[in-house]
Write a protein that binds this ligand. Structure first.
Ligand code: ZN
Length: 366
């Protein structure tokens, strides 16, 4: 609160700071105070000061995907490094992988004359038979058998979870959920993505598996943390026995978001500020015509400031850590769907006209 020595000529904010000096501080940072008097949304740059990040370029934030594996049927897919049969994690009982758009028979999203693609979602633009065939191709690539049942869900950015069994495969109307888990061998759990983040989890001791779909809404609703909690209840999973892989999705390089998201995340996570980055995009127009953008301000204080980007992969890694997984048990395999739009379907990069990838996990029958 204001103390008695504060000059009357100055108005004073609730926390005792002189508003004029706040204004001066903001001007120095190239900002003006929000006159609605609402602290949220005013001072993003000030609020982000002290967070772990520095200002970065898109290139500095880009993390490429590994080179895909090419199955005998032509499907290109990404296993988790170290989760193969010879891997140190003792995961020979697991089936798992992230699809790409390469391989397959879809024609809906490629140029005329280009090779068919691996759209795995029953989207309006694509032919149902082509998608069904692609799903068999992916099952064959990952399990060696095109008839391995695939359990999908109707995703709606929730934290709803289902316990899946083979009877849930090939349903006309799959369950509405954003995560699924099972301890039943012989089926593949699958989540669709085309920018959102897929997360696969396996319990090495109890032999249970889970797959989660995490866009920003599901992430705020803690789909992954909730899911690990549910694995404890259903299967007796202990976090120290779990391994997890975060698959390709839109990277912090490309995921420019509205400032409201910072408030949403701050209301839920004490580490929220670590998840946001200020990114300076290289703007070809500004580079070519710098005179158009000259201002009275000092360099670096342009009113056309950096954009706020969200690192959804890191957000979900933090949820896995919060759920008790060891840092060494979590892999983020990389790949930005928007930067690598030739390899992945991206809702953003293709303005909504995109196919879907599937991220799958299952228990190999013994
Ligand atoms: Zn990117």
């Amino acid at each position: 609160m204001a103390n008695s020595s504060t000059p009357n000529a100055h108005s004073v904010s609730d926390d005792g700071l002189d508003v004029q000096s706040i204004d001066a501080l903001l001007r120095k940072a190239g900002l003006v105070r929000n006159l609605r008097g609402n602290a949220a949304g005013v001072t993003r740059r000030v609020r982000l000061e002290g967070a772990a990040q520095t200002r970065l370029s898109k290139a500095e934030l880009f993390h490429a995907a590994p080179i895909p594996r090419v199955a005998p049927n032509g499907v290109q897919w990404l296993p988790v490094p170290g989760w193969d049969r010879s891997g140190r994690e003792k995961t020979s009982w697991l089936w798992h992988g992230f699809s790409t758009r390469k391989g397959g028979v879809s024609r809906a999203y490629c140029a005329e004359g280009a090779a068919g693609e691996l759209n795995l979602g029953f989207t309006a633009a694509d032919d149902r038979d082509a998608v069904a065939q692609n799903r068999r191709l992916l099952a064959e690539a990952v399990t060696g058998n095109a008839a391995t049942p695939l359990v999908t869900i109707r995703q709606f950015h929730s934290n709803v979870l289902i316990i899946a069994s083979a009877g849930d495969a090939e349903q006309e109307r799959p369950w509405k959920a954003d995560g699924l888990m099972t301890d039943e061998p012989g089926l593949l759990l699958a989540v669709h993505t085309a920018d959102c983040i897929p997360v696969l989890v396996a319990d090495r001791k109890r032999r249970a598996v889970a797959a989660f779909h995490a866009g920003w809404r599901g992430t705020v609703k803690r789909i992954v943390e909730t899911g690990i909690g549910r694995m404890r209840l259903e299967f007796g999973s202990r976090p120290e026995d779990l391994i997890a892989a975060i698959g390709p999705g839109i990277g912090a390089c490309c995921y420019a978001v509205q400032e409201e998201l910072l408030s949403s995340f701050e209301s839920q996570f004490d580490y929220a500020r670590d998840l946001f980055r200020e990114v300076y995009d290289s703007d070809p127009v500004r580079t070519k015509y710098p005179m158009l953008f000259l201002t009275q301000r000092a360099p670096g204080h342009s009113p056309i400031g950096p954009s706020l980007h969200l690192d959804l992969m890191e957000a979900n890694r933090r949820q896995l850590l919060a759920a008790g997984l060891k840092s060494s048990a979590i892999q983020s395999i990389g790949g930005c769907t928007s930067c690598q739009a030739d390899l992945f379907f991206s809702h953003r990069a293709s303005q909504g006209h995109a196919g879907r990838m599937l991220s799958v996990i299952g228990i190999r029958p013994s």
